[in-house]
Design a protein around this ligand. Sequence first.
Ligand SMILES: [Fe+2]
Length: 266
Amino acid sequence: MKKVKILIRLVERNGNTPCHRGHQVGDTFDFDADRGKLCPMAFHALFPYVDILRYGGSVPPSKDGRILVSCPDAETRNIFEIIPIHEQDSDLSDLATFQQTELILWQKMIEIYSAEDPAQISHTQSVVDYTQKIAELEGLEPHRIFLLKIAAILHDIGCPAARAVSGKSLPPMQEKEGARIAEELLQPVKAFSPEEKSYIVSVVGSHHQIRKAEELHFEPLFEADLIVNLLEGYYDRTKAAFYREQMVHTEAGKKIFNLIFQKDLH
Ligand SMILES: [Fe+2]
């Protein structure tokens, strides 16, 4: 029987006492390579779940579909997400390379925006977070979610260049400049195949276009950008019902949209 690769990510901490082992939210462990770095108490709590999953079994998921396990420390309960990676998901053998790639591109994004429009950094961060959550709730496989996260980090990267060229950042110009810049930034990246790089560039270069969102399956990013643009006042909230009907297609996107804009929907 084929084993399943297991990633363990610390996603939440409850309680005010610091973790005695020093784990931080966001820490991610490859069970095969890093289990010695995990707190032994947390390891004991996680192990029954991990052992079932790595041999192809299943465990009851949490309400949001994730597999969440709490460490037993009563004062500081770290919540871990267990992420099973099936072989067809992707080759995640070099997890550190993926994490490093995300961090480098995130830093490039900050450098590009900070000189011209720092508000775009928090816009981007919000879009990245909503993209990830919608994609996870929709049950997309982890590597697909990772590619969408990278595209979300870069989605508006053409705005400063579009403003420099034309004085505005209207969608056609920012998509054109965004695709060009994304291609340049991704060129030296070794973590992605040429097809994956081309996919990310295509998403950046068409991220306002709903038909492209359907064709390239980046609805989570498209819906995330719509939600954040409405929240930030770039789009008219009185037309929230119209936007929902015309542009929000995923079940997760609809649920989130309905909650956030419940006062604006008629
Ligand atoms: Fe955006």
